[in-house]
Design a protein around this ligand. Sequence first.
Ligand SMILES: Nc1nc2c(ncn2[C@@H]2O[C@H](COP(=O)(O)OP(=O)(O)OP(=O)(O)O)[C@@H](O)[C@H]2O)c(=O)[nH]1
Length: 404
Amino acid sequence: MFRDFRKISPRIFWLVTLAATAVLLTVVAVPQWLSKNARLQVLRSHVAEIAQIAASVVDGDLHRQLLDPANYTPELYERVVAPLVRFHSADPEIFYVYTMVERGGKSLFVVDTAASSKLKTTRRLRPSAYMEPFESIDVEPDPDYLQRIANGETYVYPSFQRDVYGTFLSGHTPIYDSQGRYSGFVGVDFDIKYYLALESSFRAIFYGSVAGAVLIALLIGYVVARYHYHIQDRIDEQYRISIRDELTQLLNRRGALRFSREALAARVASYAVILVDIDDLKGINDLYGHAAGDEFIVKVADTIRNSVREKDICARMGGDEFLIFATGCDLDAATEIARRILGKVFSHDSNSSRSHFGVSIGICVSPGADASFELLYRQADEALYKAKQAGRNRFVIFDPMVAA
Ligand SMILES: Nc1nc2c(ncn2[C@@H]2O[C@H](COP(=O)(O)OP(=O)(O)OP(=O)(O)O)[C@@H](O)[C@H]2O)c(=O)[nH]1
């Protein structure tokens, strides 16, 4: 039973498994990829909202004053950063919270909550100094982003960016003073580890789906390969039946023709066709019954099979006629086969109305590789006819001189 389960067509198994894997992985991976992007967009919206809330707690007038280094005092710095520190302490998932101003196309840090001793965080943060220039490592994806912020847009990077402080998804929102004038902007940074932690459960789902897809593909491959094997096995079986004679299990006429032509294609030095015909089978049937006739047919078939080499083709061509098609068989060898068969099947018939149980044989040997099956068969049949004419229970070799 277990062995039976292993009967599959290996080539079909791998082909179908690979095709099913490709289809299923596409079905699994494309939505996963799309939803991963969608989740990043959700995170970007979240970062934008946090940046907007952070901007709303900053006193725009004080921040505007601090933009001029001439106004800088530690007290003013503390007053500007204090509400952001409270905000940041309330949401420790945010990595950095700071404000900036643009000077000559570059961003400079103004205040940074990391610089305050009042910030409640467990992280080790690296504070930026007042008016320290911002250095990005990655290329800015949107070179006009400072302009867009100045125009009132909340700008969130398309994806995570590396700078000298780490790898962050950053959002920036403009700050306005009480007269509605643009007065720098707030920045909030979310660390990539925060994102990876959020993504870890989705990654587990992704790998689970991929493993599931591969398993299903293997199962589909197995079922199809098993079915293919089963169908092929049945076709082979039908073919085996279609070229065999049921009674004797020798090849039938169709099988004999096919294998003889294959043997002729090998173009060996000589071929022999030996036709064996039962003597007076009608008499055996009439006197002893059809079953006895069958029994004698089977006996002749077994004798023929045991009198030739394994590679020689043996067939029952019709009711009482048999064919031996032997490759690389000269006249001496063909004659020896005929003698052997005659000796083994002959016996006297005790009933006086019949003389014997036996066969007659016609032999035709073709020297050379250019033999034609039809011609050899016809000539062997002529020789067989002569054997019958001469009194049966004998073999006759086809003689081209006599035939001519
Ligand atoms: N028992 C049996 N008889 C068959 C079978 N096939 C054909 N026969 C019979 O074999 C006989 C062949 O008759 P013929 O061709 O005249 O040949 P024969 O009686 O053997 O006489 P000769 O060949 O001239 O010696 C017929 O009576 C068929 O009915 C079979 O499968 N089983």
